[in-house]
Design a protein around this ligand. Structure first.
Ligand code: NAI
Ligand code: CS2
Length: 492
């Protein structure tokens, strides 16, 4: 490493104005960095963050408390340049999940009190797609999910993110405190609108008037978030130690970062446009572009690469055939489905993504990206694929991706090596493999019939199941290289 830049945290502590749900790697390396930069630039200490974990992540909460709420973010621009930032803007951390003895809600009352505090004007979320408890394809609240059912039965001691938001808003309403703005920073299409649906549908289960008040009074702006922040590995910690950073709460990411937000904050917000945040009136085109091009490519690499025993994104894009697949997917199957503002150069965007994937300082594990496929596929591939089919185009790359994902959910790669399938629907998928594993055609049909994932219009599109089945066969019989060559052949 030839160029290392150190940036200390702003001096002093401030007032908490934001509560964040989902204290994971991404929040620490994205939102917290923007707010730290805002604090340093403006000197305004009014937008400190209380960050909470609701499910897992208690060690990080306790670790940050022990470390006096300071941690580091290493931003790598390739292997020659790294910026080491100290972050101090997270000033309070909480854990409201299940503790070691199985009891829920360690800091729950303190968290709800903080969310009810009139000084808190924004609640942000990165709880992963499944943390909203919406059916992935239709975006409706999963009322019968056990966690949501528990929040319906016992709304004052919520366990889910939507449950916490509903209870906090209910308490603010009773106390005459105006509602905070709810800002989802998860990789979902229309993430604000989806969050609104989760929150209002859950509120309606307890009190129709509360649901109407939320619908009327609460702002749920959408946002597009982008920064590649892989889960930390031992190797990452070792490299930080070599750079003089001994920090168990540190996180690494790429230097690139983007945040586009719809400007709808009735109680105010930090003037973070000075720190690179793009405030817009409609975020949808950017969100869809990022989901279909970046995340769609990521998912292609995740399932195809994992099946072939490839470990990281960097390793995957070291293969020319996979890079060719991504280019073709992005330019022929994703870009034509996007309606971008004039002047957007999608070919240049595709190339910039390939460059970012080739960052040799990140160990972005394909198995991490492969997680929760059922929650990710509709917005990354399936809606775009349907749009292409509707105009008579072919979708060989997406069909290969779908075949690879189906095969991936068997929990064994093409060499027979087993891995855990981490997905809320993993048990359903295991059963489908058990029942139809011997017949690719039946297996594909059974998967396409899972309407929580596949929009019926796509599943029933004439010929779609056949294309997926054919490429599934090639993939399992001839391996990754065979399947990639197969889709390169012009159609007869
Ligand atoms: P992480 O694994 O470090 O953290 C996951 C967070 O989600 C933890 O705080 C965990 O407690 C919480 N969570 C998981 N399931 C939950 C549930 N059912 N209910 C409530 N909370 C739950 O992951 P990371 O990197 O922080 O990513 C989280 C999300 O951030 C992603 O799913 C994505 O939507 C978004 N994101 C991540 C990027 C990245 O490169 N890591 C980039 C862009 C967006
Ligand atoms: C990845 C994303 O884990 C995944 O599914 O595709 O988290 C990706 O790294 C980010 O969206 C980049 O902004």
């Amino acid at each position: 490493m030839s160029d290392i830049q150190h940036v200390p945290a702003a001096e002093g502590s401030g007032r908490i104005g934001i509560v964040h749900l989902g204290l994971g790697a991404f929040h620490r390396a994205h939102q917290a960095v923007y707010l730290e930069r805002y604090r340093q630039r403006s000197g305004d200490l009014g937008w400190g963050v209380c960050s909470a974990n609701l499910r897992g992540g208690v060690a990080l909460v306790d670790g940050l408390r022990e470390a006096g709420y300071r941690y580091h973010v290493a931003e790598y621009a390739g292997s020659q340049h790294v910026t080491l930032r100290e972050i101090g803007v997270i000033e309070e951390v909480m854990f409201s999940g299940r503790n070691g003895s199985g009891r829920w809600g360690r800091d729950l009352e303190a968290l709800l009190a903080r969310m009810t505090d009139p000084a808190v004007h924004i609640v942000t979320l990165t709880v992963t797609e499944k943390g909203y408890f919406l059916s992935p394809a239709e975006g409706q609240l999963l009322r019968s999910d056990p966690a949501i059912a528990a929040d319906i039965d016992n709304p004052e001691a919520p366990r889910t993110a939507p449950g916490l938001v509903v209870e906090a808003l209910a308490r603010r309403r009773v106390a005459g405190v105006p509602p905070f703005t709810v800002l989802s920073c998860d990789n979902m299409p229309d993430n604000g609108k989806r969050t609104r649906i989760a929150v209002t549908q859950l509120a309606a289960c307890r009190d129709a008037e509360l649901a109407e008040w939320i619908e009327r009074e609460v702002a749920f702006p959408c946002s597009m978030v982008d920064r590649i922040v892989p889960a930390m590995t031992e190797d990452d910690f070792d490299r930080l130690t070599e750079l003089g950073v001994e920090d168990p709460n540190a996180v690494v990411g790429e230097a690139f970062s983007q945040w586009v937000i719809e400007d709808d904050f009735p109680l105010g917000r930090p003037s973070w446009e000075g720190d690179g945040v793009e405030m817009v009136t409609g975020v949808a085109p950017f969100e869809t572009m990022k989901l279909r091009m970046l995340n769609g490519s990521h998912s292609l690499l995740a399932y195809l690469g994992s099946l072939a025993g490839i470990e990281t994104v960097f390793e995957a894009v070291s293969r020319e055939d996979l890079v060719a697949l991504l280019r073709r997917y992005m330019l022929e199957e994703a870009a034509p489905t996007l309606k971008m503002p004039a002047g957007t150069d999608l070919a240049a965007y595709a190339e910039s993504l390939l460059e970012r994937f080739a960052n040799d300082s990140l160990r972005h594990r394909l198995q991490q990206i492969a997680m929760d496929g059922s929650q990710k596929l509709p917005q990354r591939w399936l809606l775009g694929a349907l749009a292409r089919l509707e105009v008579g185009a072919e979708i060989p790359c997406t069909a290969l991706g779908v075949a690879a994902w189906i095969r991936y959910t068997a929990g064994r790669d093409l060499h027979g090596t087993a891995y855990p399938v981490d997905d809320p629907l993993a048990a359903t998928f295991a059963k489908l493999h058990e029942q139809h594993g011997d017949s690719p055609a039946q297996l594909v049909d059974a998967f396409l019939a899972v309407d929580a994932v596949f929009p019926p219009a796509l599943a029933q599109w004439p010929g779609f199941a056949e294309v997926v089945t054919a490429v599934y066969r090639t993939l399992t019989e001839e391996g990754l290289s065979g399947a990639l060559q197969h889709i390169e052949r012009p159609s007869p």
